[in-house]
Design a protein around this ligand. Structure first.
Ligand SMILES: [Zn+2]
Length: 378
């Protein structure tokens, strides 16, 4: 992956290249950014630039042996670490049996979210971790000589999933670096990292992508129209990993229709429509259920933004804006927090494997009562 393939973050890329050119490469670095910001993409581009045999001012060459090996995800001096789960019967908990799957994911793109990874692994969130065995394996690999004679790069995705005993092993690697090695931690929750690791790494903060950047990235990566990209970038709040996931599932327009029908049913307490809606919701896959609830949260949030005339915070497609123009009068400061809570709890229930139909019936009744809460006059 070259810097040219990274969405946005041009200035940050230039800063990283500058450090390489002036031989100020920190041995341990922490790329921190929220999901979909592109922290992993930047770390990959940086790794490729570090090992490129013929880099230009602005990027790795893309054609040397090292760059080609990066493109195929088969670079002998690039080592990966990521959370996985210990398969039954597996003696040592190392990532070896998941490396193939990781490679496939990385060949598809660097904008990977935890949900995408969980889906590939067929695991649940609770099982994912980076093991002590893995830490030992990593120190063994990094102790080997560099294959091409240049930098050895280790990229660790989501180091916050390490337990303390594992983190202490990695701490040793940070404190006693092997020769010509760069450790790149790519974290979404740096606050959950061991403080002793945090204090010893150079921080590279990767800010969220703007809506326009995210939309442009979607057009390029998901080959959707600019109009659809705008809608997806808005509803995912610039999180490119989420937007790509949504793009894969289809456009967000069917969700708007579903939401509008549902709100009408809830407002009028139309029993039949509520039951039908719950059945339809129950028949969706768990990811689609979560996506819809996420979308519903987005629309509720946007309804209230409109009240305060904060035009620049409004992130809606034309169809959504037309719908909210009428709907937003039902959302006000006396019910918005409870509505958000109800949707977030439903999201947590779905994520926790509660039956979707039951979640939706319960949620619909709560929403009915909340929509009927009158706005106080103040
Ligand atoms: Zn190259």
């Amino acid at each position: 992956m070259r810097f040219a393939d990274v969405v946005g973050h041009e200035a940050l890329g230039a800063k990283l290249r500058d450090a390489v050119r002036s031989s100020r490469v920190a041995h341990a670095q922490l790329f921190d950014g929220r999901e979909g910001s592109g922290a992993l993409a930047l770390a990959r581009a940086y790794a490729q630039f570090l090992t490129c045999q013929n880099p230009s001012e602005s990027d790795s060459c893309g054609v040397c042996t090292s760059c080609k090996a990066h493109a195929n995800l088969q670079h002998p001096d690039l080592h990966w670490c990521f959370p996985f789960f210990k398969a039954d019967g597996q003696e040592k908990a190392t990532s070896d049996s998941h490396q193939g799957m990781w490679r496939e994911a990385m060949l598809e793109g660097s904008y990977l979210g935890v949900e995408d990874w969980l889906e590939r692994l067929g695991a649940d969130r609770k099982q994912l971790f980076i093991s002590v065995d893995e830490a030992l394996e990593v120190s063994r690999k990094l102790g080997l000589k560099s294959f091409y004679g240049g930098w050895k790069v280790w990229i660790c995705w989501l180091p916050e999933t390490m337990r303390v005993d594992t983190a202490n092993k990695f701490l040793k690697l940070v404190e006693e670096p092997t020769d010509k090695t760069v450790l790149l931690f790519v974290s979404e929750h740096p606050d959950r990292l061991l403080a002793t690791i945090r204090s010893r790494v150079q921080r590279v903060h990767v800010p969220d992508l703007g809506i326009e950047e995210s939309a442009a990235g979607l057009v390029r990566l998901a080959h959707v129209s600019p109009e659809i990209a705008q809608g997806l970038a808005h509803s995912s709040d610039g999180n490119l990993a989420l937007a790509l996931r949504l793009a894969k599932l289809g456009t967000d327009q069917p969700d708007l229709e579903r939401f509008a029908d549902w709100m009408r049913a809830c407002w009028s307490r139309d029993g039949q429509a509520m039951v039908e809606g719950s059945e339809a919701f129950g028949s969706l896959g768990r990811e689609s259920q979560k996506r819809f609830l996420h979308y519903a949260l987005h629309l509720v949030r946007q309804s209230i933004v409109g009240h305060y005339g904060a035009a620049d915070l409004v992130r809606l497609t034309k169809a959504e804006a037309a719908f909210l123009d009428k709907f937003s009068r039902f959302i006000h400061h006396d019910n918005v927090k409870s509505l958000r809570d109800a949707l977030e709890e439903a999201h947590a229930d779905v994520a926790g494997n509660v039956n979707g139909k039951l979640v939706f019936v319960d949620l619909s009744l709560r929403v009915h009562h909340l929509l009927r809460v009158p706005a106080s006059q103040d």
